[in-house]
Design a protein around this ligand. Sequence first.
Ligand code: TNX
Length: 527
Amino acid sequence: MKRLFTMFMVLTMALTISATSFAAEPHIIPQPSYIEMHEGEFLVTPKTKIVVYDDAWDAAEVFAADMQMFFDSKKPMPCVKRGSGIKVRTDNNIPAEGYELYVQSHEIFVTGGSEAGIFYGLQTLRQIIVANNGAVPCCFIADEPSFAYRGVHMDVCRHFFTVDEVKRYIDIIAAHKVNRLHWHLTDDQGWRIEIKRYPELTTKGSMRKETLIGHGLNPEQWDGTPYGGFYTQDEVRDIVAYAQKRCVTIIPEIEMPGHAQAALHAYPWLGCHEQIVDVWTTWGVTPEVLCAGKETTYEFLENVLAEVVELFPSEIIHIGGDECPKDRWKECEHCQAKMKAEGLESEEELQGYLVARIEKYLNSKGRRIIGWDEILEGGVTPTATVMAWRGAKIGAYAAERGNEVVMTPLPICYFDFYQTESREGEGLRIGGHINFEKVYGWDPYEGITDEARKNIIGVQCNVWSEYLKTMPMLEAQLLPRLAAMCEVQWAVDRRNEETIRQKMETFRKFYDANGWNYAPYYFEGRR
Ligand code: TNX
């Protein structure tokens, strides 16, 4: 009897399954941790209400505005306190950036561990809506990120991008569930942020006389056209707030002691020899760097940073630290005197001294520093975060020392590199070769001991703009490789070589729907 009953149960179950049509799993980038399909669907229209519990208005409003664009409707979807529709709420049992998306035929729940979780749940929902023109299959999705730090870098020094372009960039990265924008604001070729105490940083330092034509390795010809731009403090505040609404923390970078020729042009007393230098018109590494001997340099840096921390709530502030030739310091009486007075044995240690002093200053303001991996050379403190760019090995070394590390190694994360082997039709780029597959297949934990793993706080890609003059060019360097990068950042252990191509065909339509420019090579099968 018991056996008969079991057989009956198995049969009815089989019948129910075959009679029920579950939709295929939606293609979502980055891949969620768990997806379960159910029967039926919920139709999202421009009139669907977003019911907001727990004060998650920003996430709801951003979603409503994005949907308005997609539906091309007169008004954004209504965000209300009561009613039925897409209900967003928080639940402390879910990890802060995690979420659960529960789609039923009469309502949708987006439950986040915090407002950020809700934001990411809504981003996932947005991808499904766009792919299905509003008809969302019933399902249950649970999701959370692999890395806490998921960064994209933007260089506005080599070429300048307007406030609206920066916002557009933020829209793009936020849709990939990126939560840090590393904003490279000062360099040899332009100082881009208004500092009230030193107005000439922008009146003089934001303009270069002209720009190199051709490659930086072979400087021969310049364009004769003045080039510049900067952000006022009001514009910076506006951009920071815009990013915050999209769960993106902006980490400002103020480069020191190298990559500072634009500042030297504005204030020659910042240098060792104090002779006037141009805002640089060429790409590469210049010997003109800040003097690390004179006290006036430290005073300047602290005053600049005092204004920077007022503008940016980010707990970590990027102080650069890369590519600082020591030629000037070797000949400088102030630098040599400082080394003697502080018992420093090399110019590298002098850089270490500068970094340590700046770190102490920022700590006194309640902030922490992050710097390019050269900061390790002068004997950096264990409390600095290291951005490993010259190779994963350096990142592994820093993580083993006990420093927190953001992995952004050159052979994988330099999105200014060429995207195809043949380079055909790509235009002039800095060099290298990084395609979608390389990024997607990357293991950011390679060579890291089990113990040091916890110090790898995240992963970032960098889009240096020497050869990227316009927003469409910048976007095509970022997309679609950012889709591969965000799979590493958010879903490091969920990648699947077999399904990624299909997922990307869907995601490409998402790019199209948003009007974002992406490179065609991956879709054409060009590697
Ligand atoms: C190295 S990465 C730099 C940048 C250049 C980039 C070009 C780093 C810390 N410094 O100044 O723009 O290469 O790929």
